[in-house]
Design a protein around this ligand. Structure first.
Ligand code: HEC
Ligand code: HEC
Length: 483
C-alpha cells in the first residue's frame, strides 16, 4: 500500500551493536542507515502530493466548492443518462402530494410518513442532523425493532409501530409519535492536557398515538447520509471487499472488518450490504424503494403494501395513489440519480498542513478502516468503470464499542457494529448543509468529537489521536476538512 507508514522501528537494534566486533559493527551501521533511509522515504512519500489525488471520485470528479457541491451529475456522464438524471432529480426533490390528486405521477404520499420528499432529509443531497428542541424534519429518524428476525434475516419490526417511528401522517391518520433527545456531557482530556467534552444522547419517544411500545423495543437513531459517489461504491467488486475483510483478525491489528450480508428482494439472494449506517442495503434500487415506502409512504413494485400495522386502522383504510404509487420506470430514474451524483474534488491537496494531516491520519491507523484508495470494476457507464477512487471507506462493519452502540442488530450487524462511512465530501457539510454534526446520529458537534467517539476496534486509532500534540491534531482535522 502506497500510503503505509511504519513508526518506531529500529530502536532495539542498537543494543545488539555493543556486542559486535569492528567489521560486524560496520555492517550493522550500513544496515541501520539503510533501514532508517527506507523508513524516512516511506514517511515522506506518505506526506507527498501525488498528481491527481484530489480527484476523489476518479475521472467522474467535479470541481465545485459551493453549497451546490453535492448536486452535480458525474463528469463524463453520457447525454442520454444526464437527461434521466434530471428527471430522477425532480422525483428526489419535489414534494409528493396526498392521493387522490390531479398530479397522479406524484400522489400517494403517506398515510404515515417522515417527509414528503427525499430532499426533505437529504437536503441538497447532503447530510441530515439531529433536531433542536421542538424542531422536526431535519433528517434524523428512529428505526424500531424487537429481538428476533424476519424470514429474510431483517430486524423484526416493533408490532404496533412497525420498523420506524413515523412522525408525520396525512390528514385523518394519527401521527405515530415524536421523540425528544436529551444530551449528557462527558468531559475528558487529551494527553497534552487540553480538555474536551462529548455529548451523549438518549432518546425519549413521546405522544405515542397507538398505545404502548413493546417492552423489548430497540431504537436506532440515524441521520440521512450525503448521497454523493454512491454509484462508485456500488461498483467496487465484491472480491475487493471480501479481501479487505478480516473477520477473525488474522493479521492481529485489532481490526476485524466484515461485510454485512443482506437480502436482495430482486434476486432473492443474500448479498454484501453497502448502503446505510449498518450496510443494511445491497443496491441503490432497493435502498430507494425502502426509502419511498418507509420514509414517505410511497409503494413500489418491490414493496407493494403500505407500512400500516394491524392496529393502525385509518392507515389501512386510507386512499392509495395507485398500485404501485411510483412506477418501476420512475423508481429506476431515482436510483440512477443517486447512482450518478458526483463527488467533489479535494480542496488544497498540495497544502503543507493538509499533507501533514494525511500522514497523521495514516500513521494513527485511520486508513485501516477508512481505506484511502480503491478501484471500481467493470461497468456499463464509463465514469463508473475501473476508476481509482479515494472514498476513505472499506464498506465493512466494525465494532465501534459501547459508546456508539445502538444495541439493535441489523442483518449480520450487531448492536455495536457500524459500516465505515466514506469520508469524501465530509469537509463540505458545513458549506452545503450549514452544520458540522457527524456520526450515525449526529451527536458529534465537530470532527474532533467524531474521532473521540471511536472505540472498540478503533480504540488504538483514537488513542493515537488523543496522544498527538495540538499541531498534529490540527493538521489531521485540516486534512479531513479538505476532503
Ligand atoms: C425521513 C428522512 C429521509 C427521507 C425522506 C429519505 N431518506 Fe434516505 N436516508 C435517511 C436515513 C436516516 C438514512 C440512513 C438509513 C440507515 O442507516 O438505515 C438514509 C440513507 C439513504 C441512502 C444510503 C446512503 C449511504 O451512504 O449509504 C440512500 C441512497 C438514500 N437514503 C436515498 C433516499 C431516497 C432515494 C429517498 C427518497 C425516495 C430518501 N432517501 C428519502 C433518511 C431519509
Ligand atoms: C475500526 C475502524 C475505524 C478506524 C480505525 C477509524 N474509524 Fe472513523 N469511523 C468508523 C466507523 C464505523 C464510523 C461510523 C461510526 C458511527 O457513526 O457511529 C466512523 C466515523 C468517522 C467519522 C465521522 C463520519 C461521518 O460521516 O459522520 C470521522 C470523521 C472519522 N470516522 C474519522 C476517523 C479518523 C480520523 C480515524 C483515525 C484517528 C478513524 N476514523 C479511525 C470506523 C473507523
Amino acid at each position: 500500500m502506497r500510503y503505509a507508514v511504519k513508526r518506531g522501528e529500529g530502536s532495539s537494534r542498537f543494543t545488539l551493536y555493543a556486542f559486535c566486533d569492528q567489521s560486524m559493527k560496520r555492517l550493522l551501521l550500513i544496515w541501520c542507515t539503510l533501514t532508517l533511509g527506507v523508513i524516512l522515504v516511506t514517511a515522506c512519500r506518505a506526506n507527498r502530493y501525488v498528481a491527481g489525488m484530489e480527484r476523489l471520485g476518479g475521472s467522474s470528479t467535479i470541481f465545485d466548492t459551493s453549497f451546490n457541491a453535492f448536486e452535480h451529475p458525474m463528469a463524463g456522464l453520457p447525454r442520454e443518462k444526464e437527461l434521466l438524471f434530471h428527471v430522477g432529480n425532480s422525483f428526489f426533490e419535489q414534494n409528493w402530494v396526498t392521493a387522490p390528486a390531479s398530479t397522479t405521477a406524484r400522489d400517494g404520499v403517506g398515510p404515515l410518513l417522515n417527509s414528503r420528499s427525499c430532499a426533505g432529509c437529504h437536503l441538497k443531497d447532503g447530510r441530515g442532523r439531529p433536531p433542536q428542541a421542538g424542531e422536526t424534519g431535519t433528517g434524523l429518524l428512529l428505526r424500531l425493532s424487537i429481538p428476533g428476525e424476519t424470514v429474510t434475516g431483517a430486524p423484526l419490526p416493533e408490532p404496533t409501530y412497525g420498523g420506524q417511528l413515523q412522525d408525520g401522517a396525512i390528514e385523518g391518520v394519527e401521527v405515530e409519535g415524536q421523540f425528544v433527545i436529551d444530551y449528557v456531557e462527558r468531559p475528558g482530556t487529551f494527553a497534552d492536557g487540553t480538555p474536551y467534552s462529548l455529548r451523549e444522547p438518549t432518546y425519549r419517544l413521546t405522544d405515542l398515538a397507538y398505545g404502548e411500545l413493546h417492552p423489548d423495543v430497540m431504537v436506532s437513531p440515524r441521520v440521512a447520509n450525503q448521497v454523493i459517489g454512491l454509484g462508485l461504491l456500488a461498483a467496487i467488486p465484491e472480491a475487493t471487499l471480501l479481501a479487505l475483510a478480516d473477520e477473525h483478525d488474522a493479521d492481529g491489528d485489532g481490526i476485524s472488518g466484515r461485510p454485512n450480508m443482506v437480502y436482495n428482494r430482486v434476486t432473492g439472494e443474500n448479498e454484501i450490504g453497502r448502503f446505510g449506517w449498518k450496510a443494511n442495503q445491497p443496491t441503490l434500487l432497493q435502498q430507494s424503494a425502502d426509502a419511498f415506502l418507509g420514509d414517505m409512504g410511497i409503494t413500489t413494485d418491490l414493496l407493494l403494501a403500505q407500512d400500516c400495522t394491524a392496529v393502525q386502522h385509518n392507515c389501512i383504510a386510507a386512499p392509495t395513489g395507485g398500485d404501485p404509487e411510483i412506477e418501476r420506470d420512475d423508481l429506476e430514474k431515482v436510483a440512477l440519480y443517486i447512482e450518478t451524483l458526483a463527488v467533489p474534488a479535494q480542496r488544497m491537496p498540495q497544502d503543507k498542513t493538509v499533507l501533514r494531516g494525511m500522514g497523521e491520519f495514516l500513521a494513527a491507523g485511520c486508513g485501516s478502516c477508512h481505506t484511502p484508495e480503491l478501484t471500481t470494476g467493470d461497468h456499463t457507464l464509463a465514469p463508473l468503470a475501473n476508476q481509482t477512487i479515494r472514498p476513505f471507506t472499506d464498506l465493512l462493519l466494525h465494532d465501534m464499542g459501547a459508546g456508539l452502540a445502538d444495541g439493535r442488530p441489523d442483518f449480520l450487524a450487531t448492536g455495536s457494529e457500524w459500516r465505515t462511512p466514506p469520508l469524501w465530501g465530509i469537509g463540505l457539510f458545513e458549506t452545503v448543509n450549514g452544520h458540522t454534526f457527524y456520526l450515525h446520529d449526529g451527536r458529534a458537534r465537530n470532527l474532533t468529537e467524531a474521532i473521540l467517539w471511536h472505540g472498540g476496534e478503533a480504540t488504538a486509532a483514537r488513542d493515537a489521536f488523543l496522544n498527538l500534540p495540538q499541531a498534529a491534531r490540527d493538521a489531521l482535522i485540516a486534512f479531513l476538512e479538505s476532503l
